[in-house]
Design a protein around this ligand. Structure first.
Ligand SMILES: [Zn+2]
Length: 249
């Protein structure tokens, strides 16, 4: 059986036995995969101790014959990255949110090198965010990249239903998950599933304004729209969403 080498990030880890773990990895060249790390919980193993989410580095694995079976991880040489994510609470929650969504939206053995690179860059940005707005904008940026990379980027620059340009300044507009984008005032009434959003929020989600300069309130509103959208897409709220919901005023 051939050993395969790749770069990987641990998305999720479940203890499998006294000594082993089942790890969901995102690898750069081979996509997402489930793998068993035998003996990884022993103090001395090929894995330098138990594997945790955000663990990142060079892996060696033996792929399973069927994509729904676990690969066998034989080596995981970890780079000293993302350690700060364990010490800053909001950055860690945002990081875990990012991992959760990546796992949910990537298919097994479907490689997305650009998404892998965006994931590492996004986690790095989270780690370096020293203010709440920085965490939120890094989270939004990555979530939009994820949707783009898996081929379901929402239409935010025109009405997704009729194609009409959204003429600013509209005070408010609507976003529909089923339609996957903005709805103009003429089309909005034909859609039961929709969420209202401000023009400033729509502009942010369309990358028309710089994320870093956006007021905190608009960032939270944009994250609220994305949580709404991910909830519709998954058929349930993402687990980590509860830390990023808008406070009701
Ligand atoms: Zn329309």
């Amino acid at each position: 059986m051939k050993k395969i080498k790749d770069t990987a990030l641990a998305l999720r880890v479940v203890n499998y036995s006294e000594t082993s773990q089942v790890v969901t990895l995102l690898t750069r060249e081979h996509g997402k995969m489930g793998a068993i790390a035998k003996g990884s919980r022993r103090p001395k193993s090929a894995f330098e101790g138990a594997i945790e989410p955000f663990a990142c580095g060079q892996v060696m694995f033996i792929a399973s014959e069927a994509s729904d079976k676990l690969a066998t991880l034989t080596e995981f040489v970890r780079a000293p990255r993302f350690r700060l994510l364990h010490t800053q609470l909001m950055a860690m929650y945002a990081g875990l949110f990012v991992l959760e969504l990546t796992e949910a939206f990537c298919r097994e053995y479907d490689p997305h090198p650009a998404l892998f690179d965006a994931l590492l860059a996004g986690l790095e940005r989270l780690e370096q965010s020293d203010r709440p707005g920085g965490v939120c904008s890094a989270l939004i940026d990555y979530q939009l990249t994820l949707l783009l990379e898996v081929g379901i980027a929402p239409v935010m620059d025109a009405c997704v239903n009729c194609g009409a340009a959204i003429k600013m300044p509209l005070k408010e507009m609507y976003f529909s998950s089923i339609a996957n984008g903005l709805l103009c005032p003429g089309c909005e009434q034909s859609f039961a599933e929709k969420r209202r959003l401000s023009a400033a929020c729509a502009a942010l989600l369309n990358h028309s304004v710089a994320m870093d300069d956006a007021p905190q309130q608009v960032l939270l509103e944009a994250e609220g729209v994305l949580i709404y959208h991910f909830t519709e897409l998954l058929g349930r709220p993402p687990k980590m969403a509860k830390y990023f919901r808008e406070q009701k005023r």
